[in-house]
Design a protein around this ligand. Structure first.
Ligand SMILES: C[S@@+](CC[C@H](N)C(=O)[O-])C[C@H]1O[C@@H](n2cnc3c(N)ncnc32)[C@H](O)[C@@H]1O
Length: 285
């Protein structure tokens, strides 16, 4: 793309029309993103380890009742949750399409001899296996999928669980996604950063579409040496709490509990998320 393509861009991009997500799966981006996952200075990409430890304690003790089980972690990133859950006796399967994150997670599992298996795959297509006691999709990742795709993912999560097995979804609130869409335009410059090792400008733009309850986010990355432009785009789907509940019921989940955070309590850093915990229907063996 050239700079003039920014001038002629559409005023209101249709949801998902310009791209599905930021390029988590590209090797260079994934290596740079891994640094953010592991950074102790912020909670972007993954939470700081002290926060992850509190989340894992809540999942283990309060959601899973301290009983070791098989856990499917979709969008597991570098395995910060899976590795800690394995240290508490669970067997974990993590799926993610970021090569650097999966390599890091596998290396950690090998070195610490953890009961973790990782797969480099798109969770839209990957085989989830079966017989799991829990399946999770954290950090708002559910909201980046098209409604039809997330329905298919929820159904496959359901089918991968034993009856009574637990689904744990950390999702964005309707208000948070609307706010992101209404954020408008901003920009920053970097001598090197997440989008490139070379100096670049990142021009960000967002649009809220009330009719579809989606926020379309654009990142125009301008290489300052060549003026070449790369567009990364993602769309976030907003759901009300009632819509989340209906979606889970539609896919065979019962006993829904809504929690303010992955520690079960208020006062965590990121009020833009809520945590949905429900059980797969069917008779428990
Ligand atoms: C915000 S990060 C969260 C990582 C991890 N759950 C955590 O909280 O530490 C989202 C992760 O989802 C992964 N992801 C997003 N879409 C995916 C897809 N379609 N298939 C596989 N992984 C995906 C990304 O690569 C990234 O590692």
């Amino acid at each position: 793309m050239h700079l003039c393509d920014i001038i002629t861009r559409s005023a209101h991009p249709a949801p998902w029309s310009e791209g599905d997500n930021i390029p988590w799966h590209e090797p260079g981006f994934s290596a740079r993103m891994l640094r953010e996952h592991l950074c102790h200075a912020h909670d972007a990409a993954s939470r700081r380890l002290a926060v992850v430890d509190r989340h894992v304690a809540w999942i283990h003790e309060r959601v899973l009742g301290g009983t070791p089980t098989s856990i499917l972690d979709l969008g597991c990133g570098p395995g910060l949750y899976a590795s800690r859950l394995a240290r508490r006796g669970h067997t974990c399967i993590g799926i993610d399409y970021s090569p650097a994150s999966i390599a890091y997670a596998e290396d950690e599992a090998r070195r610490a001899n953890l009961a973790c298996t990782y797969r480099l795959a798109d969770i839209g297509q990957a085989d989830y296996g079966s017989g799991h006691g829990a399946a999770m999709l954290l950090y708002g990742e559910m909201n980046v999928f098209r409604p039809g795709d997330i329905r298919a993912i929820l159904q496959r999560m359901h089918d991968s669980l034993v009856p009574g097995g637990v689904v744990i979804l950390e999702v964005s609130t309707y208000a948070a996604i609307r706010q992101q869409g209404l954020a408008g335009r901003s920009w920053y410059s970097a001598s090197q950063g997440l989008f490139s090792e070379q100096p670049y400008l990142c021009l960000q733009e967002s649009h809220w579409d009330e009719a579809t309850a989606t926020s379309a986010l654009r990142y125009y990355v301008v290489d300052t040496a060549t003026a070449e432009v790369t567009l990364y785009a993602q769309t976030l789907q907003a759901y009300t709490e009632e819509e989340y509940a209906a979606l889970l019921a539609e896919h065979g989940f019962v006993d829904l509990g809504v929690h303010p955070s992955l520690t079960g309590g208020e006062g965590e850093y990121q009020p833009e998320f809520v945590v949905l915990v429900a059980r797969r229907d069917g008779a428990v063996a």
